[in-house]
Design a protein around this ligand. Structure first.
Ligand SMILES: [Zn+2]
Length: 63
């Protein structure tokens, strides 16, 4: 995958979020902009949010 300038800025924003104690989950679909940002919480909640972020069938209607 070729990184565009905006994608690099996107990564920087994710790193900055991480430094503030936030984690970013993003959909694996390249064209999908769905992402979930959260503060590290209990593992059950992380699992639930991860499933939500990575299941593109849950956000496919945005296309
Ligand atoms: Zn998606």
């Amino acid at each position: 995958m070729r990184a565009t300038g905006s994608q690099i800025l996107d990564r920087v924003a994710d790193v900055l979020a991480l430094l503030r104690g936030l984690q970013t989950l993003r959909c694996p679909e390249a064209d999908c902009l769905v992402r979930i940002r959260f503060r590290a919480v209990i593992s059950e909640e992380v699992k639930r949010l991860t499933a939500l972020a990575t299941d593109h069938t849950l956000h496919a209607h945005h296309h």
